[in-house]
Structures are given as structure tokens and as C-alpha cells.
Design a protein around this ligand. Structure first.
Ligand SMILES: O=P(O)(O)OC[C@H]1C[C@H](OP(=O)(O)OP(=O)(O)O)[C@H](O)[C@@H]1O
Ligand SMILES: [Zn+2]
Length: 384
């Protein structure tokens, strides 16, 4: 079988069959009527600024989607933050892209939600190691989308191997409880020692220390077992046993230190979000974050025609006319009609993405991540 998991093939996305049926009917109707107006359409979440910023990403996939289509596309740079107004503008004959709306919005909505949530985790502990561990919570076909969004937001690493091959980065992690189970209760030391002997030297020795006994006992046993070879312990305490998780981590840190294991790092995982990471960042060295990222709401983008044959148009509740968005010197987000004077202290954010079906922008994930973190600083994202 060419498509055993029944995921939508890239060809369907590119040719426009990965669409909602009513767009097919729209094409049929417009072709029957001989209509194919020149339009400007905008991708927008909130019409006006709301005081809350999101990260926009997925722009590269949309650019790929539009290659070869007789349209011009302008968009915010990948990774920039926005609060209201459009993030993308498409201009051309409507039937050049009618069916692409479904995939276009999907390419932007879910990854932008992932990246925004990852940025929250990132900025909750700017000095700590924060890793994306949530691939297990999503359909395998979008694991690379999750991990790319996490890296865009500045996370230090991720766990999904195939995503790493696509992204050209090394996946990382620690060890699962399954490994401990296979050695059995009472044999934790053997599990860690065997891992240390078997696994390539460049893999960090981070012992999972919460499986059968309490976190302090297993952490000390791991330190006694691996000694200098131990890089850290991971504590992933199940919610029902957490109690005062911060106290547990402080106790483990104390008991490791009192025995001379100051160099053994402590990593935490399991249901962590920005608040719990902030609460632990002064005592833990790193965090694995999964469902906070993968469970993020999609950004609710819609595609709206705002100009037809040069005339402004909109549906009730939306704003007609072609717009520009600006970053103000104060770190605000300003939305205005594109044909009006720009505000004095503001920088326009739209940049060319596609010109007559040709991609006119380079994409570099490291650059996009720097842009994302710098803009998050500029708008005070961590404080929102
Ligand atoms: O989605 P989150 O709640 O943020 O957690 C992500 C962590 C927690 C989970 O622990 P387990 O479910 O115990 O999985 P495993 O035994 O494989 O570590 C697994 O280790 C993931 O890395
Ligand atoms: Zn587990």
C-alpha cells in the first residue's frame, strides 16, 4: 500500500483536492458564470489588537503551496509575533487559489498554536534546558511540525527521531519507564549501568529516577551507580504522587549535594507548563514539555477577501480594504489601511513571499528563531 496510514498525500495538498467540498462547488459556479475576479485576500485571526500576542509560523509551507500559482503573496516573516490584523495577503485571480484556503489555513493555524505555546515554555525558564517531548500526543504525520515549532520558539531540543532527520537536527531525550520495567524492581542500578555501557558515549546519561521507589532513593542510587558518568536524573513523578513537586525536587537536590553530587543535573517532566516551569526553574536544570505544546489551541485564522477588482469589500464583522501591520517602537502591534501614511514610530511587517508564483524569500530556522525571541522581547511576550 502506498499510503497505509491514510494520511493526505502532498500531491493532494499541492493540487488543491485537500480542500473543503464547497470550494469545488464555488469553482464550478464561478466557471459556469464566467467569473474569476482579481482579489486581495487576507489571513487574519483577530481584526483588531487584543493585547495578546501569538507566533506566526507555517509560512514556508504556504509558500510551497503557492509556488506556480499566478498570485503574489506577502506575509509576516516566519516566527514573528502578531496581535490582530492580517499575517498574510494574497493577490490574484480568485480561482488561482480558491481551493488552497483549507490547506493554507491549516498550515498556519496549528503550527502557530504549537509555536506560541512553546514560546511560553521557553520564556518561563530562559536559562534552563527546555526540550520538546510531546510528539507522542499528535498524529505521527505532524511530528516534524511540532518539533520545528518548538525549535522556532527557542527550545533547546526535541525527542522525535524522524523529525530530526527532516529538520537536520539530532533528536535527544533520556530513558522511558519501559526500560526500567524490563529490568524490574530492585534492578534499577543494573538498568542504568547497562544503559551506560550500551548507549553511544555522546548520549547524556540521564537516569529516570521515579519508577519504583521514591525520587530521592532512586536519584542517590543512580549517582552511586554511575558516579562521574551520571549527567543527571529525570523526575517525571505521576500526578497522583506529586504532592509538593517543588519540595521533592529541592529534597533531591539537597540530598545529592550533601553527598557530593553537585554536578548531577535534575530534569523534570510530566504535565509541565509555563507556571510549573517558573516554579521549578531555580532548582531544576531542565524540563521536558509535551502536552503544553501539542495541546495548544490552533490560532483561529480565517481567509477573507478584502478587495475585489480594486474595491474594498468585507463580510459583517470583518474589515474591508488592504491592510498593513506595524511594530511600534513601544512594542505594540498597529493595524492600518495599507494605502494610508504609516505611523511615525512604526515599522511595517509584511514582506514579499511569492511573486507570480515564484518563491522570493529564503527560510532559515535559526534566523527565524532569533527573530521570534527578539520580537517576543520587543513586545514583552513573557509579561503578557
Ligand atoms: O506530555 P507531558 O505530560 O508534558 O510529558 C512528556 C513526558 C512525560 C512522559 O512520561 P511517561 O508518560 O511516563 O512516558 P515514559 O515512561 O515514556 O517516560 C514522557 O516521559 C514524556 O517525555
Ligand atoms: Zn513513563
Amino acid at each position: 500500500m502506498s499510503n497505509p496510514f491514510g494520511t493526505i498525500p502532498d500531491e493532494a495538498i499541492l493540487e488543491g483536492t485537500a480542500t473543503d467540498a464547497y470550494f469545488d462547488r464555488t469553482r464550478t459556479t464561478l466557471e459556469y458564470a464566467g467569473k474569476n475576479p482579481h482579489v486581495v485576500a487576507e489571513v487574519t485571526a483577530d481584526q483588531f489588537p487584543t493585547g495578546s500576542f501569538d507566533v506566526v509560523t507555517g509560512v514556508k509551507d504556504v509558500a510551497t503551496l503557492f509556488e506556480g500559482r499566478a498570485v503574489d503573496v506577502d506575509a509576516l516573516p516566519d516566527g514573528l509575533l502578531f496581535d490582530g490584523g492580517p499575517v498574510m495577503r494574497i493577490e490574484g485571480p480568485y480561482l488561482e487559489f480558491a481551493e488552497l484556503e483549507t490547506s493554507l489555513l491549516g498550515f498556519l493555524s496549528q503550527p502557530s498554536g504549537f509555536a506560541t505555546a512553546a514560546l511560553e515554555a521557553r520564556l518561563a525558564a530562559p536559562e534552563s534546558t527546555v526540550l520538546s517531548f510531546g510528539a507522542r500526543h499528535v498524529h505521527p504525520s505532524i511530528a516534524a511540525t511540532v518539533e520545528r515549532a518548538a525549535l522556532l520558539a527557542g527550545l533547546d531540543g526535541f525527542s522525535h527521531v524522524a523529525a530530526g532527520e527532516l529538520l537536520g537536527r539530532e533528536a535527544g531525550g533520556t530513558m522511558p519507564h519501559a526500560l526500567m520495567f524490563c529490568f524490574g524492581e530492585g534492578n534499577q542500578a543494573e538498568a542504568w549501568a547497562t544503559f551506560d555501557e550500551a548507549v553511544p558515549e555522546d548520549v547524556p546519561r540521564i537516569a529516570l529516577a521515579d519508577t519504583f521507589w521514591d525520587e530521592k532513593s532512586e536519584s542517590l542510587l543512580a549517582a552511586e551507580t554511575l558516579g562521574e558518568d551520571l549527567d543527571g536524573v529525570r523526575i517525571d513523578t505521576t500526578g497522583s504522587r506529586r504532592g509538593d513537586f517543588r519540595h521533592i525536587i529541592r529534597e533531591v537536590r539537597w540530598e545529592l549535594d550533601v553527598r557530593g553530587y553537585e554536578d548531577v543535573a535534575i530534569f523534570c517532566s510530566g504535565g509541565l507548563g509555563p507556571d510549573s516551569i517558573r516554579e521549578l526553574r531555580d532548582i531544576a536544570d531542565g524540563f521536558g514539555v509535551g502536552s503544553h505544546i501539542t495541546g495548544a489551541d490552533s490560532v483561529d485564522f480565517s481567509l477573507d477577501i478584502v478587495e475585489i477588482a480594486g474595491e474594498p469589500i468585507s463580510k459583517r464583522g470583518k474589515l474591508s480594504g488592504v491592510k498593513e501591520v506595524y511594530r511600534t517602537e513601544a512594542g505594540g502591534h498597529h493595524v492600518a489601511l495599507a494605502d494610508r501614511d504609516a505611523p511615525d514610530d512604526a515599522t511595517p511587517l509584511f514582506e514579499p513571499l511569492v511573486r507570480d508564483g515564484e518563491l522570493v524569500r529564503e527560510f532559515d530556522l535559526d534566523e527565524a528563531s532569533e527573530r521570534c525571541l527578539a520580537d517576543a522581547e520587543a513586545v514583552g511576550f513573557a509579561d503578557t
